[in-house]
Design a binder for this molecule. Structure first.
Ligand code: FE2
Ligand code: FE2
Length: 409
């Protein structure tokens, strides 16, 4: 397959941008007056997409699903055979029964513990009419559905040996992504990391589904969680402001940290690749301030005991600090590399360049290796208390590169 460079991708994206803006169904749902029955041509209630497990931590996990019509959704879960706990998506205590996109956080979980869960959904029909008025305390529901129970295991700082896999720049090439997943050894895989540019600009509401998320659900995401880092093509376009309804945030942020075994993970959002004022963005980019915000968080976070006591620190972000002088690379280089050096980061995993590049420590001003995967590679990272062993595997299954990082004294 000929190599598709970033420049080719940008040209293809510009051509695709002419597609019309379709009024989103979400907008229809948001406009349904709450005091009226929800009527119209909505199909029967089903889980249309998902559920996918996202944002795993030792004490929680986020479940994301999408229904065919506005619905109230909740999750029943528990350990063993019991599903005796319940989580409902709410904001400031208020539950929305008119949503199509559902993001539900399960919190207060035990580390390294297997949980079972199932999704429930039911349609809101109306507030009952009596004596000429609608009554808020008399809600009438309609069709109700539930999924088969599935299971997951929470992350665990005490875990010793495991693997995770990371891909980048899938750009909606689901068939290639499907082939890549054939190399995954699922039994020892803690999570799959998606390191940005999973889609080609967010211009249609179904792009995350058709581009990669439906495949993730089919192959693993109902039981093995996704760790997601945003790429510049994911955060651009008509639906970009709604991205968090598909790929969940972590405590309201797209940058976050978590522990699993001997590794402390730091996931950052490297933003766009050109300057905020560039004509390409039409006034819709505000990333300089956001990169600075993350730099402040990163500096404070890496100085914490939680970050420094771990044997390894691994940073995951889409735009690498090198190998070009595009604005986005230079910004990451200047704003984040000194902090990552200072914070004893052991490895950074990046994408964006559509080229497989390994930058050893000291190649530039980096004190740690930076591995940039390309569109056709999946990287397996075997984690043990002594070492991180990285294997770069082509979608054909061929091992392209191997790298071992041993624990610093
Ligand atoms: Fe890309
Ligand atoms: Fe990119």
């Amino acid at each position: 397959m000929p190599k598709l460079t970033r420049r080719h991708m940008l040209a293809a994206t510009a051509a695709g941008a002419a597609s019309s803006l379709i009024a989103p169904r979400e907008t229809q749902a948001a406009c349904v007056p709450a005091h009226q029955p929800i009527e119209g041509d909505w199909p029967a209630l089903e889980i249309a997409h998902g559920p996918s497990l996202q944002m795993p931590t030792p004490d929680g996990i986020t479940i994301v699903c999408h229904t065919t019509r506005p619905a109230l959704v909740w999750v029943e879960y528990g350990t063993g055979d019991k599903l005796d706990r319940k989580a409902v998506p709410s904001a400031h205590g208020v539950v929305n029964p008119f949503a199509l996109n559902h993001v539900i956080r399960l919190s207060d979980l035990q580390p390294g513990t297997r949980y079972r869960y199932r999704i429930h959904a039911k349609t809101f029909l109306e507030y009952e009419l009596a004596n000429g008025r609608r009554w808020a305390h008399r809600v009438r529901y309609g069709q109700e559905i539930a999924t088969e129970p599935r299971s997951f295991t929470t992350l665990d700082p005490a875990a010793a040996n495991y693997a995770f896999y990371i891909v980048q720049d899938i750009h909606e090439h689901v068939q290639r992504f499907d082939e890549m997943l054939n190399v995954v050894e699922w039994d020892r895989t803690a999570f799959i990391a998606l390191n940005g540019d999973m889609i080609n600009d967010f211009m249609r509401p179904d792009q995350n589904f058709t581009g990669f998320l439906d495949l993730c659900v089919k192959r693993f995401a109902m039981e093995t969680p996704i760790v997601y880092a945003r790429g510049n093509h994911d955060i651009r376009g008509h639906y970009a402001p709604t991205l968090s309804e598909y790929m969940a945030l972590h405590d309201g942020r797209a940058y976050y940290a978590f522990d699993h075994g001997p590794v402390h993970y730091i996931v950052l959002d490297s933003g766009e690749d050109k300057n905020d004022g560039h004509e390409y963005y039409g006034g819709l980019a505000d990333f300089d301030r956001y990169i600075d915000e993350q730099a402040r968080w990163l500096k404070q976070h890496l100085a914490s005991e939680a970050a420094q006591r771990a044997p390894f620190r691994v940073a995951i972000f889409h735009i690498p600090p090198y190998n070009s002088d595009w604005y986005g690379e230079v910004r990451v280089r200047r704003k984040w590399i000194p902090i990552l050096n200072e914070g004893n980061v052991n490895l950074a995993l990046c994408g964006h360049q559509h080229e497989l590049i390994l930058l050893n420590p000291g190649t530039r001003d980096n004190n740690f290796p930076i591995l940039i995967g390309d569109m056709n590679t999946i990287q397996r990272v075997d984690v043990s208390p002594q070492a991180l062993n990285i294997t770069v595997i082509r979608h054909s299954g061929k091992v392209e590169k191997e790298l071992s990082i041993t624990r610093r004294s």
